[in-house]
Ligand binder design. Structure first.
Ligand code: NAG
Ligand code: NAG
Ligand code: NAG
Ligand code: NAG
Ligand code: NAG
Length: 458
């Protein structure tokens, strides 16, 4: 070997070691310490707003909630038991509802338009809830899925195709526990000393949805009846992060077992409708639902059960200013539509975000989350421009001026109202930054609920 060839092979060898170390260091081990060290993909924190879609056979009886079956047969609630006695034949089973889960008016392009115009940057769609019915043509089970009974189509795949090119990321919800699955019940009877349900059922199902749909997010659920060692959660997650086709961008949550909530996994969901009330050291999400009483569609919901746009925006702003994402749920009908109340609410949210999105997307919490002086005033800060913060006011100031105590003694170079050309007068006073709003009539206002001030710091 010549001297230069030696040199080259030496260099190649070095390179080789370097590459090996690099890939080795990217390998996640099946331990929580290793799994938890994986950073949350950046797209998620930038996205802020997601739409949760809770849809399944429970949308047929569409009363109570998506837990209908459980509250009928598992832990019977008299109003459901009585309802079933009164309106259904004695031998009716939950499975009998499935043939009516027909989705006759399911038009994924229409859903896409509603999703896109809502301003949501990702969705989380139920692949399967705890009743075990899959909304896609699974090969892990048979008959109890949307290919064989009900809609007779791939409800998930069809929406994914419709969303292609829209820029909206695609996430899947998957419930691990199935209330009445005999394999799960057997493991449970064995005090979890057996793991047939995990090895023969949950792993194949999770791998199937990951390999088939390659989702951006896996919203795992219902792990609370067993600890994560039973679910072999770290084993699955190590596969997901090291080898799966989505290893580079997938995001998961913290519902991998009773010991994981607010502790292990991807984004912390902690509990439903979670808000810590302070900034957290870890990315968290407020998963909530527009129908305050249910995630699945309910025919018996009252108007007052639905968030008004004012209430929803308060929740959005309150969540984002503390560093959370908000995942807003809709329960579609069994015939495949998003009821007009949801369409309206998501449309209003989208129209608001068109004007105020700059104060929401790609922001980070500021030093203050709310104002120290004025009520119902919240803050966010731009991620890319350190000298820009936003002050979001839930109320238009009564006398057209507001004093922002949180900006006391902070030099400000400019204040503008998002969506308006109007000149904003501002001055430093002893109590804080005084901002004078222009006189705008209702047609000149950039939006009708909650206004954002863009504040340039010197
Ligand atoms: C189920 O199996 C069929 C036939 O092998 C295959 O074409 C299909 O992609 C599989 N479905 C899923 C969801 O993996
Ligand atoms: C499960 O645990 C209970 C309570 O400790 C015990 O009575 C029962 O025998 C156990 N069952 C099995 C199958 O080990
Ligand atoms: C699951 O975890 C158990 C220990 O809790 C282990 O014995 C088993 O091999 C694991 N299964 C898989 C598929 O990794
Ligand atoms: C701001 O938030 C803090 C903490 O939640 C609260 O104690 C305080 O009352 C709020 N300030 C105003 C002006 O609402
Ligand atoms: C403040 O912002 C407005 C709107 O962008 C702009 O027209 C104006 O020149 C700015 N004023 C200063 C002092 O930067």
């Amino acid at each position: 070997m010549s001297k230069s060839a030696l040199k080259i092979s030496f260099l190649l060898c070095l390179l080789c070691i370097f590459v090996v170390t690099l890939t080795e260091s990217q390998k996640y081990k099946p331990t929580w310490e290793s799994i938890d060290s994986r950073p949350i993909p950046e797209w998620y924190d930038d996205a802020k707003i997601g739409m949760f879609i809770t849809w399944g056979v429970y949308s047929v009886p569409s009363m109570s909630s998506e837990w209908f079956w459980w509250f009928w047969k598992g832990q019977p609630q008299s109003y459901i038991v009585d309802f079933m006695k009164k309106y259904y034949p004695p031998k009716w089973t939950y499975a009998d509802f499935a043939k009516d889960f027909r989705a006759e008016f399911y038009n994924p392009k229409k859903w896409r338009d509603i999703i896109v115009s809502s301003g949501a940057k990702y969705i989380v769609f139920t692949s399967k809830h705890s009743d075990g019915y899959s909304l896609y043509p699974t090969n892990v089970t048979y008959q109890w899925n949307s290919r064989d009974v009900g809609a007779k189509r791939d409800l998930i795949g069809d929406l994914q195709v419709a969303l292609k090119g829209s820029g909206v990321r695609f996430g899947l919800y998957h419930a691990m526990i199935e209330w009445f699955n005999p394999i799960w019940l057997a493991d449970q009877r064995n005090n979890l000393t057996t793991q047939h349900y995990v090895k023969d059922y949950i792993f194949p199902q999770l791998r199937e949805i990951i390999n088939t749909y390659k989702p951006d997010m896996l919203w795992n659920d219902a792990g609370w009846l067993a600890p994560s060692w039973y679910w072999n959660a770290t084993v699955f997650l190590a596969w997901l992060y090291n080898e799966s086709p989505v290893k580079d961008y997938i995001l998961t949550n913290d519902r991998w077992g009773s010991d994981c909530f607010c502790k292990h996994g991807g984004v912390w969901t902690c509990s439903d409708r979670f808000h810590p009330g302070h900034v957290m050291p870890h990315k968290w999400v407020n998963a909530m639902t527009i129908d305050k009483g249910s995630w699945g569609y309910r025919r018996n919901a009252d108007l007052r059960d639905f968030y008004t746009i004012e209430e929803l925006l308060k929740e959005v702003i309150y969540t984002i200013s503390f560093g959370g994402n908000i995942l807003i749920n809709v329960g579609p009908t069994s015939w495949g539509t998003l009821a007009p109340i949801y369409e309206e609410r998501f449309g209003q949210l989208g129209s608001w975000l068109k004007v105020n999105g700059e104060a929401i997307y790609k922001t980070t919490p500021w030093i203050h989350q709310n104002d120290t002086l004025s009520n119902r005033v919240w803050y966010t800060a731009s991620k890319k421009d350190k000298s820009t913060i936003y002050s979001l006011l839930l109320d238009w100031p009564v006398d057209n001026e507001v004093t922002l105590g949180a900006l006391k003694d902070i030099p400000v170079s400019n204040v503008t109202l998002l969506g308006s050309e109007a000149v904003m007068k501002f001055s430093q006073e002893s109590a804080g930054l005084r901002v004078v709003f222009p006189y705008l009539n209702i047609r000149q206002m950039p939006c009708l609920w909650a206004w954002s001030l863009k504040i340039s710091l010197q």
